[in-house]
Design a protein around this ligand. Structure first.
Ligand SMILES: [Zn+2]
Length: 367
């Protein structure tokens, strides 16, 4: 049963999720149309599925495809959850957000229609956008205008050399921290709130602003050990949701909140914005991140794809090879990887549902 949760294109993934929700019952559905077309010429949507009382005070939200092509993994996890038809504790609802970035999901890009990494787009664009001098220094390396066949090996070697001589956090900020100065570069955060950001923010305001507790799990792939689903969150020592979620899930990767802009390694991500926007709600936002390939393989796939879209021929033979590599860097075909992803997802969702049902939840989450 479980292996059938996986689909090989956005359209199939979406259709199967919505069909399962309709067939099994208990879900309401809202489709929010994206302005552009998918890779197959058909319409694109961010879809919202809701289960449980409309006025529930506690909500578990699970989102997929914030990084478009990572939606294959996230969508399968959401379909499994629908098929599992979970029983919800009283006064609790479940909200699935399918394809936060439907353009990237359909067109096999991690970024959106404007080359924007959505998880760097939730910054205040009315203020100065964050500077990333370390990225500027390596833009030419990560974002070459020419990429002859075989050139990726030299880029990877240069990145390896840098890694050996640069401390981990500086390297992380340079390569993954987000940048706002090179629209055709990698990890570009944009120049204004993207469609996906505006759409999820409106969704939060409409569906979540009046709740008491929201636990959010944003599903990703491409970081960490292969097949391992690692929960991640930002929290300082002493924050109530840090201790509580540790009880629910066991060990997680918890990073301290940045003290200043200069201290910010990965700014502008969606979960952080959710905490800020849902000011009156106790929010525990997490990321469930599944490892796929070694980080240099994943980064190489992103560099090649970025070059292809801006300088290459996506329809050509090499273009198709690059797209296939990108897809598999975030969505391995290995059946044991796929089985491990679903098993871990089932475990995490059950832990979250059970945690959200605890009678003393609100007291525990009160600082
Ligand atoms: Zn991701």
């Amino acid at each position: 049963m479980t292996m059938t949760c996986y689909s090989e294109d956005y359209r199939t993934a979406r259709t199967r999720l919505l069909s399962a929700a309709q067939a099994l019952g208990g879900w309401t559905h809202e489709a929010i149309a994206h302005p552009l077309a998918g890779a197959d010429g058909g319409p694109l949507y961010m879809d919202v599925l809701w289960r449980g009382p409309q006025d529930a005070t506690r909500v578990l939200t699970i989102s997929s495809g914030t990084h478009g092509v990572e939606g294959f993994c996230g969508s399968a996890l959401q379909l499994q959850l629908v098929e599992d038809a979970p029983a919800l504790p009283p006064d609790m609802a479940l909200m699935l957000v399918h394809a936060v970035n439907p353009y990237g999901f359909s067109h096999l890009r991690r970024v959106n229609e404007d080359n924007v990494d959505l998880n760097r787009n939730f910054v205040d664009f009315t203020a100065d956008t964050p500077e990333n001098d370390a990225y500027a220094a390596i833009d030419a390396l990560l974002n070459p205008a020419e990429l002859p066949d075989g050139a990726m090996a030299a880029i990877t070697a240069e990145l390896d050399r840098m890694r050996a001589t640069t401390d981990y956090l500086s390297m992380l900020k340079a390569v993954s921290g987000g940048q706002y100065a090179f629209p055709r570069g990698v990890q570009y955060g944009g120049s204004a709130p993207a469609w996906s950001r505006r759409t999820v923010e409106a969704l939060w305001a409409r569906r979540l602003a009046d709740r008491r507790v929201v636990v959010q799990i944003d599903l990703h792939s491409g970081l960490g050990a292969s097949g391992v689903g690692m929960l991640m969150m930002a929290a300082d020592e002493g924050e109530p949701h840090k201790a509580l979620t540790a009880e629910w899930f066991g060990p997680m990767l918890v990073t301290p909140r940045p003290r200043s802009r200069a201290d910010t390694i990965l700014g502008g991500y969606m979960n952080q914005a959710m905490e800020t926007q849902l000011a009156g709600v106790r929010v525990a936002p997490m990321t469930l991140e599944y490892g796929t390939e070694p980080s240099e393989v994943v980064l190489a796939a992103m560099i090649e794809d970025n070059w292809l879209v801006h300088h290459g021929d996506p329809a050509g033979e090499r273009g198709r090879r690059i797209k296939a590599r990108l897809l598999r860097a975030f969505y391995p075909a290995d059946p044991s990887w796929r089985a491990a992803v679903l098993a871990r997802g089932r475990e995490v969702f059950a832990q979250a549902l059970s945690g959200l049902g605890a009678p003393d939840l609100e007291e525990r989450l009160t600082p």
